[in-house]
Design a protein around this ligand. Sequence first.
Ligand code: SAT
Ligand code: MN
Length: 612
Amino acid sequence: MTVSAQDVRAAAPANAPEDVIDFAIRLAELGKPENVYFCDGSQEEWDRLTSEMVESGMFTRLNPEKRPNSFLARSLPSDVARVESRTFICSEKEEDAGPTNHWYDPAEMKKILNEKFDGTYAGRTMYVIPFSMGPLGGPISQLGIEITDSPYVVVSMRIMARIGTKAMDLINEGRTWVPAAHSVGAPLAPGQKDTTWPCNEEKYITHFPETNEIWSYGSGYGGNALLGKKCYALRIASTMARRDGWMAEHMLILRLTDEKSGKQYHVTAAFPSACGKTNLAMLEPTIAGYKVETVGDDIAWMRPGEDGRLRAINPEAGFFGVAPGTSYKTNPMAMDTMKANTIFTNVALTDDGDVWWEGIDGEQPEHLIDWQGNDFTKADSEAGKKAAHPNSRFTTPASQCPIICPDWEAPEGVAIDAILFGGRRASNVPLVAEQYEGAHGVFIGASVASEVTAAATDVKAGSLRHDPFAMLPFCGYNMADYWGHWLEMQAKLGDKFPKIYQVNWFRKDENGKFLWPGFGDNARVLDWIVRRSSGEVEGIEGVTGIYPKFEDFNLEGVDVDKAAWDKMYDIDPDAWAAEMDDTEEYFKQFGDKVPAEITAQLAKFRERIAAA
Ligand code: SAT
Ligand code: MN
């Protein structure tokens, strides 16, 4: 039995508008599901779906005394992260996707998708999820409908976005919405038993920027499947933002309050996936006088406000954070956020029904079940095996974060004072440097390179790759046009556009030891940035930007002496000359799309190297 158009109509709630019903009918006719269900986002719905998933084996319920209302999912080893090689931008013209995206002709891709989606929902329920990215009804927020055959996606979306009846109400008011079709690509024959992580070896994560559509096939994991996140809030939204004069960025947002003056600053920061955005967003300052509150940990949507300043919202409602390395030592606020109502994916399970991962507090238990469901002991660790997958994740409600900013859902967003760009760099890049001018700031963003992490399956971890604005896998259009858009936004906002800083917590000495303690001590960097903005401290003109004076920088109570400081600020002209050659080479692929201001910044950079 498959679902008919009439069945879809019958299942739709009273507030579902005709165009949403049409989309659902189209997917039902294509995917041929056994059932159709429109999500209302209620607690009852969550309880029912999670119980069903426990029953089917897709979820393990964690010990309610330790981790109430929380679950563990184990994916297949082939479906543990984003797959960049299977992620496509299907713009009419190839040059609009640019050389850093995989382009596919939209009509050709639609043909493939029509074949792939034909019967893909067989034996499954097709879920229709109305969702809002950003606070419901807010002026910067956007709506969407995700259709999926994965209950894991439904319950994850309930944490990560605002889903259900209220989002449908807004769509019903006539607001525009983005259709997002998803399938794990694992139809069930009659009587066939489901697996605990259905997916397909062949994956297509596709975006149609001209028609604002998303189609995703074959994966059930994170950024491939929760289509409100990277697919919508970055790839599609970045193209919308370019058209309409705003910005969709891979950035955390935090509020820093100077407790003496009461003055509040808002900072956004772009780091590549798994480089510590969540940790910085929830930072607990080790220096007195400051308080940090979290607005978002991954994505920022920014629009000029009436006052001409850039205002940012977090379009998400939850955190999809990397578990390994997270502990009460590195990020106590994240640990407290995920005490309940959390979905864990690919972490290890303890014998008393709680979760475990490499880097969590305390002794490693004698016995664990690893992320693939196998027994795991200390001997396995000693043999170099990992109990949790390096890209294992927690999916947890932002509202549970003890330091969530009281204004985190302010519909008009918070006014941004400073923008940070960073990555993982063992050498060359100093702790913090300020832009010389706006175009230099954009150049800093454009020339970011970072050591690759485990957040994507198909790029080699550890190697250095260019990741402009931490947007390499997420920019929905030509990366050089995106730099042009930044320059345009700067020109529009003039001196109200936030100053840009380059930061690097990961520089190492000649013995491979980190020179900077990081984590809560990163507040010292924020402190310097704030004091720069108030004109309290002067900087030193350096090769890569304006540097702090050693004596101005608050190093009280931290084990960083002048020698270590000098190592962090050791600028080797030859190394930087090589880096600029490499950057120039990298820019070449964009041809004459590279804005003249950016080329001019490269020349200025070389002049500073020559003068050093
Ligand atoms: O898988 S996600 O794209 O959601 C996480 C990440 O890589 O940043
Ligand atoms: Mn991210």
